[in-house]
Design a protein around this ligand. Structure first.
Ligand code: NI
Length: 180
């Protein structure tokens, strides 16, 4: 398939609520997934959601594998989810610095649930049901937010904790290693 342009902050398509997939075996679904995978890997992201490449559909994927922007994060195998959902486990929160392919060059600190349970359907129709914490839980919350038109900057609480990677990346990495 193809590497796609990633829509960036300000594009109204990123604010849309995406619709559920009713037929996970449809060819369009596998086409979207291939484009998402090519784009995520080309851009070296740890996750991507379908609306970021222009499809208002509830599909996300993520993979954490020794990414220099998230050192120390536990590896997470490539996971592709159709119609994903999550619920918090407990009410403990964590402050975490995030970035996003749709917000290039910027980082911001947001509040997320520390532990979640998430579900979704894989491209081959299997149910995934996992309880996770750490960066795994963060990336799932971040990607599912995209399906509801929410980008991480909307969740930044203190504007001192938002800025260009050249200025804040070192602090972001240190704080994430301490907090996650
Ligand atoms: Ni994102």
């Amino acid at each position: 398939m193809a590497i796609k342009d990633v829509l960036i902050l300000g594009n109204p398509q990123l604010r849309q609520k995406s619709t559920p997939i009713t037929d996970w075996g449809a060819p369009i679904v596998s086409d979207i997934i291939k484009d998402m995978l090519d784009t995520m890997q080309h851009r070296k992201g740890i996750g991507i959601a379908a609306p970021q490449i222009g499809y208002a559909k509830r599909i996300i994927m993520f993979e954490i594998n020794h990414n220099p922007r998230y050192p120390g994060a536990e590896p997470v195998p490539l996971t592709i989810l159709i119609n994903p959902e999550f619920e918090p486990i407990g009410d403990e929160h964590v402050d975490v610095w995030e970035g996003c392919l749709s917000v290039p060059g910027l980082r911001g600190k947001v509040k997320r649930y520390r532990q979640i349970r998430y579900t979704g359907i894989t491209p081959t129709g299997e149910l995934i049901d996992r309880t996770v914490n750490g960066m795994h839980a963060i990336v799932v919350q971040h990607e599912i937010n995209h399906l509801d038109g929410i980008l991480f900057p909307f969740r930044v609480i203190d504007w001192s904790d938002f800025g260009f990677e050249t200025e804040v990346l070192e602090r972001a990495i240190q704080e994430n290693q301490a907090n996650l």
